[in-house]
Design a protein around this ligand. Structure first.
Ligand code: PNS
Length: 161
């Protein structure tokens, strides 16, 4: 069984992430969406909230599951017996960064390769950063957040006001 990991902050999960996980689930036998801590970022949602949103979003994908990890991605992948990481690229900036990350992760776990999937053109402008900005300005997120996660997002937002 070929297992792939889709890692990220997912702060919050977007329709772009959802497309990536769906495409990975069509290629690999099992996909684990791994909600992680990015030491370079201040997260708007807690690890538990981000996991709840991710789980709700991918509930319709039978061979995908979501887990949280506060440690090293390479250790998580090794523990799960994964052969690949799957990341999305929206342009040159993403490509440069993800190429470096792929190399670091392969240094840490030589059996672990990274598959980069190009974002769909209609998702090129979508990011968690943009979704957070829309949230701060109380804008509708219907076009940015997967439909399955909207209920959980509204519940979490109500709990914060
Ligand atoms: O969605 P993001 O913020 O671009 O995801 C980045 C993430 C969380 C995948 C990356 O920061 C990460 O892998 N963090 C876990 C710690 C780790 O393994 N770092 C790489 C080796 S130092």
């Amino acid at each position: 069984m070929k297992t792939a990991i889709c890692p990220g902050s997912f702060d919050p999960i977007t329709v772009g992430h959802m497309d990536l996980v769906s495409r990975a689930a069509a290629i690999f036998d099992r996909v684990i969406l791994c909600v992680m801590v990015n030491g370079e970022k201040h997260h708007m949602f807690s690890l538990e909230e981000r996991l709840e949103l991710a789980r709700a979003a991918i509930a319709s994908l039978p061979n995908a599951q979501a887990e949280a990890c506060g440690g090293l991605l390479a250790d998580f992948a090794r523990e799960k017996g994964a052969c690949a990481l799957v990341k999305g690229v929206r342009g040159g900036g993403d490509l440069d960064w993800e190429t470096q990350m792929a190399q670091i992760n392969r240094d840490l776990c030589p059996a672990l390769d990274t598959v980069l999937l190009p974002a769909r053109p209609e998702h090129l402008h979508i990011s968690s950063t943009l979704a957070r900005e829309m949230l701060r300005h109380h804008q509708s997120l219907d076009r940015y957040i997967p439909a399955g996660a909207m209920g959980a997002l509204n519940r979490i937002r109500q709990g914060k006001v």
